[in-house]
Design a protein around this ligand. Structure first.
Ligand code: F6R
Length: 261
């Protein structure tokens, strides 16, 4: 796993956006995996800026969202279908038909989840999966004790996650109790993983994910099993990393052709 410690939250988004832009420049029909929430918002605005400058064309790229709430309409402003369209696809100039979000309104969730996974594999799999991390270490909505081999499925949100996400709703009680999320096994199939985190409230989860044992208690620790995972954090989120000095040294001295980590 490559850990990059950026000086500021803004730098986290900038470095991540450059990695994604270089992938799309090399492969204009790249398949991107989108996280929603606050952590990746700087990535999307930086990518939109690069696009505005004429250096990036995402019109042939495809995108798959990591997760979706169950029980709210796609017209709800906090539904990930709405967020992905409004905050990602539109500013990045992606075609609406090129974006797939798990469907939280299906009567048969198992079938809906299988269809979603099939669509991802028909698209050729995810070239780069963008991830945030919950304060409890979740990625996607794979809450602690999720199977490390899990696939896209319906999942019950923890009280912690519902409290953390209350800011996107009228209150914590309005946050749905369930979601559809790509599984940890699904996420591991992406060709590249890129996790971003900012702020001291993520520091414990980042240390557990990067330097603790691989454990379903800290689902993001599954990134340690991936051959090409990059974690970009700001100084506050890096606060509990034991090997912070090594990560800084390694980034400053990175071999130009290094891809695997
Ligand atoms: C959202 C997602 C979640 C968030 C995580 C952090 O699609 O998959 O794992 O990335 O809850 O959320 P923020 O970035 O809002 O702190």
């Amino acid at each position: 796993m490559e850990v990059i410690i950026a000086e500021t939250p803004t730098d986290v988004g900038r470095i991540a956006a450059q990695i994604i832009a270089s992938i799309v420049s090399a492969k204009p029909a790249a398949v991107l995996g989108f996280a929603t929430g606050s952590s990746p918002s700087g990535i999307y605005s930086d990518l939109a800026d690069i696009r505005q400058s004429g250096d990036l064309d995402l019109s042939n790229a495809r995108g798959f969202a990591l997760d979706e709430y169950v029980g709210i309409p796609t017209s709800h402003p906090a539904s990930y279908a709405a967020v992905v369209q409004r905050d990602i696809a539109a500013p990045l100039g992606m075609r609406q038909g090129n974006i797939t979000v798990p469907d939280g309104r299906r009567a048969d969730h198992d079938k809906g989840c299988r269809d979603f996974e099939e669509a991802m594999s028909l698209a050729g799999g995810i070239d780069i999966q963008i991830l945030g991390i919950g304060t409890n270490g979740h990625i996607g909505f794979n809450e602690p004790t999720s199977s490390l081999a899990s696939r896209t499925r319906i999942k019950t949100l923890t009280v912690q996650t519902r409290t953390d996400n209350a800011r996107f709703f009228a209150g914590a009680d309005e946050v749905p109790t369930h979601c559809i999320t790509q599984g940890l096994g699904t996420i591991l199939e992406a060709k590249r993983l890129l996790l971003v985190a900012q702020g001291g409230q993520k520091a414990r989860a980042i240390a557990a994910a990067g330097e603790g044992p691989v454990s379903s208690m800290w689902p993001a620790s599954v990134l340690q099993l991936h051959p090409c995972a990059t974690v970009i954090v700001d100084e506050d989120a890096a606060r509990h990393l034991e090997l912070a000095d090594y990560y800084r040294h390694a980034f400053q001295n990175k071999p130009t052709q290094a891809v695997s980590t």
